[in-house]
Design a protein around this ligand. Structure first.
Ligand code: 16G
Ligand code: ZN
Length: 540
């Protein structure tokens, strides 16, 4: 009863705006920041319940709207593993976010607590760690989350202030594994494994040219500045830090560069040919690019997207496994992509002999599939991805490292794999740790960004979005490569695809916007554009 009084009291501080209808979507709640106070407060309650349900493990609650505009905000949750909130709790998240009154909210919570067998008590020790990106609305919303968390008896909120999304996921994962889990532990862990990998580069094929970073005027550039202070062996110039008057995600950042394939603000002719990288607003995505020689003052870039990063990682890991002979051959190294992956990248990793599986768009879906392998690499074309190492593979690897004699090729290969497993953020895609791994591999190979880009040539592609009265009318297969509904539409799409050389196209309802997305690729840009447009006509 004290519990109910506590929620009734705090929820009256956070009335739900009229006509607000929110859906948990692909990756949490998002919307105009001015409308989200009640949502964040309620998700605070949910996080506490999640913690209690899981024996008071630590849960993460991140206030961010990633690559969306400055005036938006949102919430992403981390489960104790550091991964996304378990999907079976999403319907409850939807329900409480939309509950129309404090009484309704309390009755939903009561019902859910009973169903899940959650025990609430003064001494239960539930804990939620909070972080936020650099959005001005973040501080206010974080306060709402704190109030939500602590309105559940026995639960406390710990405020870590401004963090990247992957930092918070990393910290939550480390905490629940009983490891040191502060932000400086994160920096130390990355620094140590980066140093180890640099130390294992065979010849001095080092590529010491400066890297240019576009921080999207967000949290990523800021944190890179801190990390840079601890690192040696990496020369990085950071632009779009948010301090020079630029606006978060406005004509800058990974989402902009990947979708528009043009130069972000702050970059130009003086940077022709230089290796550049863009983070998104909360630094869980990265894409590389360079301005080509023949750009003639134009703003087009050569893009090295998530698929190309995945290919580079796959190549490097495969090379280490090769050094391990038969045992390396037995290791199940697999790749997870989405339907958006460029067909040329899929061909490339298949030719390398890797298993490729496809998952639905959204990190939680890719992550799940990557866990099926000894080493699972996943990436979305938009630059979100990571590498997962299974527990059993890791214990085998660590055992192996002890057996081998130091300095042998095998020993070095094993040591590189161990270092990669520590450098890469296995909780979730992380622009900072992804950047460090790309940089190490390029130095290891002695490659320029241009050389890396030549691994394969992207097939020309085009994306368009179509506004429709009801996007849920489109239902796809689990891999999103074919539409099951509306009836007959897939046959019509296939009819269009057939007209083009290397033609491929699909439609899917967006999980974050009220639109149907169309993707097409073909052997020339004109053909890809034309295929995309004719498929879009079918959707209208
Ligand atoms: C979210 C997803 C991203 C996905 C995008 C698709 C996470 C953390 N983020 O941003 O992975 O690519 O949605 O958006 O899962 P769409 O459904 O509107 O195309
Ligand atoms: Zn993001």
């Amino acid at each position: 009863e004290t519990q109910i009084a506590s929620i009734l009291k705090s929820s009256s501080l956070y009335p739900i705006p009229q006509s607000l209808k929110l859906s948990y979507g692909t990756a949490g709640f998002r919307g105009d920041a001015s409308l989200l106070d009640s949502t964040v407060y309620r998700v605070g309650i949910l996080s506490s319940l999640r913690s209690l349900k899981l024996n008071s493990s630590t849960i993460g609650l991140m206030i961010t709207a990633s690559h969306n505009k400055l005036s938006d905000n949102g919430i992403k949750l981390s489960d104790p593993s550091g991964g996304m909130l378990s999907q079976d709790w999403e319907p409850f998240a939807d329900q409480i976010a939309n509950a129309s009154s404090p009484q309704k909210l309390v009755s939903l919570i009561r019902e859910f607590v009973e169903k899940e067998g959650i025990v609430i008590g003064e001494k239960s020790g539930g804990e939620v760690w909070l972080g936020r990106d650099t959005r001005p609305s973040g501080e206010r919303l974080l306060r709402a989350a704190e109030i939500g968390v602590s309105s559940v008896l026995g639960c406390v909120a710990v405020d870590f202030g401004v963090l990247t999304t992957p930092q918070l996921h990393w910290m939550v994962r480390a905490k629940n594994r009983g490891l040191r889990a502060s932000e400086s532990d994160y920096f130390e862990s990355l620094t140590a494994s980066f140093k180890c990998l640099i130390g294992l580069i065979p010849v001095s094929a080092k590529n010491s040219a400066t890297l240019l970073l576009d921080g999207a005027n967000g949290v990523g550039g800021m944190k890179m500045e801190v990390l840079r202070g601890f690192l040696s062996g990496l020369d990085v110039e950071i632009r779009n830090t948010g301090r020079d008057g630029g606006v978060l995600n406005e004509s800058v950042g990974a989402d902009f560069v990947q979708k528009e394939k043009v130069v972000p603000l702050g970059f130009g002719d003086k940077d022709v040919g230089v290796r550049c990288v863009s983070f998104d607003g909360d630094a869980d995505r990265l894409v590389y690019f360079y301005i080509p020689e023949n750009s003639c003052g134009g703003d087009k870039v050569e893009l090295l997207d998530g698929d190309k990063i995945l290919s580079l990682f796959a190549l490097f890991i495969k090379e280490q496994l090769k050094s391990l002979g038969d045992e390396g051959k037995e290791t199940r190294l697999g790749v997870v992509q989405t339907a958006y992956a460029n067909g040329a990248s899929t061909d490339y990793v298949k030719e390398m002999g890797l298993e490729v599986v496809f998952a639905k768009t959204g990190v939680k879906h890719l992550h799940e599939r990557a866990e099926e392998f000894d080493i699972g690499i996943y990436f979305e074309a938009n630059g979100h991805g990571t590498i997962l190492f299974s527990e059993s593979f890791m214990s085998w690897l660590v055992g192996k490292q002890k057996e081998l004699s130091e300095g042998s090729d095998e020993y070095n290969a094993v040591s590189r794999l161990v270092a990669v497993s520590n450098l890469i953020n296995q909780a979730v895609g992380d622009a900072i740790s992804g950047l460090l791994l790309v940089e190490v591999i390029l130095q290891h190979m002695g490659w320029s960004v241009q050389k890396w880009n030549e691994l394969y040539k992207d097939l020309p592609s085009r994306q368009v979005k179509v506004e429709v009265p009801d996007r849920t009318a489109v239902v796809t297969t689990s891999e999103e490569t074919e539409a099951l509904k509306p009836l007959g539409i897939q046959d019509a799409i296939n009819g269009e695809i057939k007209k083009y050389q290397r033609g491929r196209a699909f439609i899917r309802p967006s999980g974050t916007e009220d639109v149907v997305r169309v993707y097409a690729e073909a052997s020339t840009q004109e053909a890809a554009d034309s295929l995309a447009n004719s498929v879009a006509q079918l959707v209208k």
